[in-house]
Ligand binder design. Structure first.
Ligand code: AMP
Length: 434
């Protein structure tokens, strides 16, 4: 056998039933959260034009895209994120949709990252975007929605790291640093390459004052929100658009607190994220058990316009479902929602198969997960199979009982069985359930 037949491609994973169920549980809660906040789902393709996806994703992510030419000669790529696709919709098909426009997406994404703990080449995100509002209440809504989703999913002890790219960009613009250089500096800061970032700023002939301001910001962070904001405000004095950014951050944080957010916030003045399109608030989610982010988001007011749409301010969040799954496992949180009770229907002989099918159908109508033995097993072997698989009830269908409109119901763990009339079966199963 060729070795390509018995393994997955590096960075790609199979989700066996238990893990698939957990991932779908997280997706289910994301969908419920979307409904609670009025976000409508959109489904966009996994393959898009390279140019669209590459436009503003940032150098690091751009280098890691799966790019190829399709058979029609188009330069395309597998999506590394949802935001570009959703912004494309808002620039085109949803151009005249009334604002605010709240959109939700979920699915798999592709980045040629170096596989390691919590980092895969195919991974999953639940993504929420709010288009049309430049107000701080929109930023606060996205953080509040993230908070509700994470609480609903059962995550504990997480916190938000919050910053604002306007604070740093305000200084860079004031010093006349062009956008490309600004992006490079931001990418370095995102990768914690502080020295490199400062050196690059020096090369642009930035003033000594601006270097001190940057260093001051990089040293400013904390959970006492008011005092961090005051400190930031003092540091950026003299950089008007940075001052504006700090005031915007003050409003967002105040709204969250006034709105009853209990989750801790760590404000970081020098916080930067890899994606290039951010223009305002940015945030990430962390748990103490892991030093990688479970999700991240922020404001991006220019992207829709870059894609040819109307000027449309926007803010969104992408939650990494794989990493949330790891975090929940580390915190030993059960990841199950109400799955139907499982029953195995065992015909005692082949002539009873039709009755067994009919019975299974009736039980499914009543909301049970009913499975008919398909292995032609004897009753004894079918019962031990049910035991092995932890099935709680079996229903044994024999000709004698069927003639009287009855079947044998067996509670597997209690090792108790009883003869039950067909029209009372569902009721009896519920009664006998643990
Ligand atoms: P981003 O789209 O880069 O803002 O990432 C948002 C979230 O997606 C991150 O916080 C991670 O939880 C998740 N994520 C990003 N890249 C990967 C990856 N290669 N593997 C697993 N999760 C990822």
């Amino acid at each position: 056998m060729t070795s390509e037949f018995n393994k997955t491609v590096r960075g790609m994973r199979d989700f066996l039933p238990e893990d698939a169920r957990k991932l779908r549980f997280i997706e289910h809660i994301a969908r419920e959260t979307a409904e609670l906040y009025g976000y409508d789902e959109v489904i966009t393709p996994a393959i898009e034009y390279y140019e669209l996806l590459a436009a503003k994703i940032g150098e690091e992510n751009r280098k890691r895209m799966y790019v190829f030419e399709d058979l029609g000669g188009r330069k395309v790529a597998l999506r590394p994120e949802f935001t570009a696709s959703v912004a494309r919709l808002v620039a085109t098909k949803l151009r005249s949709a009334p604002k605010p426009l709240r959109l939700f997406s979920v699915g798999s994404l592709y980045r040629y990252d170096e596989p390691q703990f919590g980092r895969y080449r195919e991974f999953w995100q639940a993504n929420f975007e709010l288009f049309g509002s430049a107000m701080p209440e929109a930023d606060a809504e996205i953080i509040s929605l993230t908070d509700r989703f994470l609480t609903k999913v059962g995550l504990r002890n997480y916190h938000f790291k919050v910053g604002h790219v306007g604070v740093l960009r305000g200084i860079f613009s004031h010093e006349g640093i062009d956008e490309e250089k600004q992006n490079s500096i931001m990418q370095m800061l995102d990768k914690k390459e502080v020295e490199k970032a400062i050196n690059l700023m020096r090369e642009t002939k930035s003033s000594g004052e601006s270097l001190d301001t940057l260093k001051g910001l990089l040293d400013t962070s904390g959970r006492d929100l008011n005092s961090v904001i005051e400190k930031m405000r003092k540091i950026v004095d003299g950089y008007p658009s940075s001052v504006e950014a700090v005031e915007n951050l003050r409003e967002i944080v105040a709204l969250l607190k006034d709105g009853g957010l209990k989750t801790g916030i760590l404000l970081e003045a020098g916080f930067a994220r890899g994606l290039e399109y951010y223009t305002g608030s940015i945030f990430e989610v962390y748990v103490p058990e892991m030093n990688i982010a479970l999700g991240g988001g922020g404001r991006y007011d220019k992207l829709v316009e870059i894609f040819g749409g109307e000027k449309t301010p926007a803010v969104g969040v992408a939650l990494g479902m794989d990493r949330i799954l790891i975090a929940l496992e580390k915190q030993k949180t059960p990841m199950r929602y109400n799955i139907p009770k499982r029953l195995l229907i065992i015909p005692v002989e082949r002539s009873m198969l039709g009755e067994a099918f009919k019975l299974a159908s009736m039980l499914r109508d009543d909301g049970f997960c009913a499975e008919v033995d398909t292995m032609g097993r004897s009753v004894t072997r079918a019962l031990s199979d049910a035991d092995r698989r932890g099935i709680e009830f079996t229903v044994i269908v024999g000709p004698k009982e069927i003639k009287e409109g009855k079947v044998i119901l067996r509670h597997m763990t209690k090792r108790r069985q009883m003869i039950v009339k067909l029209d009372k079966l569902s009721e009896k199963i519920r009664e006998e359930s643990d």
